[in-house]
Design a protein around this ligand. Sequence first.
Ligand code: PLP
Length: 370
Amino acid sequence: MIYLDNAATTPLDAEVLSEMLPYLQTEYGNPQSQHAAGRAAAQGLISARDGVAKIFGCRAEEVYFLSGGTEAGNLAVKGACAARKTGHMIISAIEHPAVLESARQMQSFGFDVTFVPPDKNGIIPPEEVEKAVRADTFFCAVMAANNEIGTLQKVEKISEICTRYGIFYYCDCVQSVGVVPFFKGPSAFAVSAHKFHGPKGVAAMYIRGGSKISPLISGGMQERGLRGGTVNVAQAVGLASALKRAADGKNNAYIAGLRDYFVGRVLSEIGGTALNGDPVLRVPSNANISFAGCDGANILMCLDLKGICVSTGSACSAGAVTPSHVVTAIAGEARAKSAVRFTFGKYNTREEADRTVEALKQIVSQIRHV
Ligand code: PLP
């Protein structure tokens, strides 16, 4: 199998698993418990939180372990709304559904939302964000890197605008680990372990101390009362371990080289192809390509039959495949319908890139012929 869907998820690294295993087998105590087993688990959790805080450049009390990037987006939007009760939010139109759908839900509860569209390269213009600011704006969300087209956003500038107007800024960093350095500009940001060779079902979120945010999950006093429920220590340990290995981006040059080689071959050897998103300001792994006259979903299926895993970035709802809202926003529906997302990782090889190009040549010409 050739796996070119590393933006969807990545395989768990063996070293990460071995650091997690003691907390699944021997150190199984509840970290809240007041006895030796609990203290052993709590120690694992403390080390994981300290490790994450060091990489985030924040205090350990500002790191929260959650169930994933989706929960982080929900907590940011809904938690900020619950703490404010009324007002206006600015949301980039190309956010992950965790943020977009949360914002739409809050809109249905009476909050005002401005969705800021991207430019044709998939970049949210900071000046458009500033233009959208109102006296009652309390929240803004613009992700660091887009999950579909990989475009890097001008987060420093957005952060500066939000700071100037006293707006809570949530920056989704799920796709930017090892690419965009963490900085303390945003009021909150989050990473999800399974995107960088850690376990699924765990995120770490930075929330600046003193921020106005209410819990989504009420319960015990875990995570300083912001997220009830027994913390999954093994997952937190796995996230910290994977983050330590991924944060320096040491594989970026290799991955970008492979991606650029692949894009170069596809664009020059297959007619009617176009790269979606900014050609330069993008994460090293992402190649989102439209194939004129083809349905991206058909290409995906044909590649799958040949053992090659890719994605269309489409959401499949109620049996109907809707083209990517991100590619539609920057290049229109036709380009979106014919888009395929290839995302490379550290385990991919040039031979795999070559085999994928050869498979694509055959598939695209067959589809076009039909
Ligand atoms: N945000 C972005 C940018 C993502 O790409 C994803 C997952 O694809 C998420 C949030 C959701 O993360 P999780 O899968 O951990 O819920």
